[in-house]
Write a protein that binds this ligand. Structure first.
Ligand SMILES: N[C@@H](CCC(=O)N[C@@H](CS)C(=O)NCC(=O)O)C(=O)O
Length: 209
């Protein structure tokens, strides 16, 4: 399998971390977004959105990081506890994967962009209105996450699943992007466990703090 990816991006290193955790070989092809490699006709044939990550397994192309996480689990011979076979458990994990994209990454993504990525790409200073919007969204959804994690080590069935990898995606950048998470101790406690996984650590980019 080939993965077209952006090493610096949260929704990209969750994919490479899960592949490593599952010991699945991936040929990684770094895409230079500054050069617009994700918008070439060849790339758009694989992913008409022109975004990374994009997985190619033979002539099957898959985009959306969380869909790729599920696909990788399906590739693991004998299955994996990251995506257990039980129907209700899978729906519960899917709920978190959807929440991560629809809510969590929206707020976190706004702050990551305004306070980190925008500067990196020479896009100027943070927009205060966007920062306010991002802060409010992160605080609200962090409250939800913190509450669910009360007395629990992991999000679903109290065991490590791809839901934990996906929801943890923005947290390595929390300090650099000043995500307002200081009032949510259960998130910090839970994230320590993800942060201690070798597959997670070795896939994190060098993030300026
Ligand atoms: N929801 C998508 C987000 C994909 C996405 O927005 N990728 C960004 C990097 S985080 C990208 O490739 N941006 C390049 C561009 O839009 O030109 C996923 O989780 O895979």
């Amino acid at each position: 399998m080939k993965l077209y990816w952006l090493p610096l991006s949260p929704n990209n290193y969750t994919v490479t971390a899960v592949a490593d955790y599952l010991e699945l070989p991936l040929e990684k092809i770094a895409v230079d977004v500054m050069k617009g490699e994700q918008k070439t006709p060849e790339f758009l044939k694989m992913n008409p959105n022109g975004k990374c990550p994009t997985l190619a397994d033979g002539d099957f192309y898959l985009w959306e990081s969380n869909a790729i996480l599920m696909y990788l689990c399906g590739k693991k011979a004998g299955g994996t506890d990251l995506w257990p076979a039980d129907e209700r458990t899978r729906i519960d994990i899917s709920r978190w994967l959807i929440w991560q994209q629809a809510h969590w990454m929206r707020g976190c993504g706004t702050l990551l962009w305004e306070r980190l990525v925008k500067t990196f790409f020479g896009g100027g200073t943070p927009n205060p209105e966007k920062e306010k919007e991002g802060e409010e969204a992160v605080r609200f959804h962090a409250g939800v996450l913190n509450q669910v994690l009360e007395g629990k080590n992991y999000l679903v069935n109290n065991q490590l699943t791809i839901a934990d990898f996906a929801v943890a995606a923005p947290l390595p950048m929390a300090k650099a992007a000043r995500l307002p998470l200081e009032d949510f101790p259960n998130i910090a406690r839970w994230y320590q466990q993800i942060a201690s996984l070798e597959a997670w650590r070795k896939n994190l980019p060098n993030i300026p703090q």
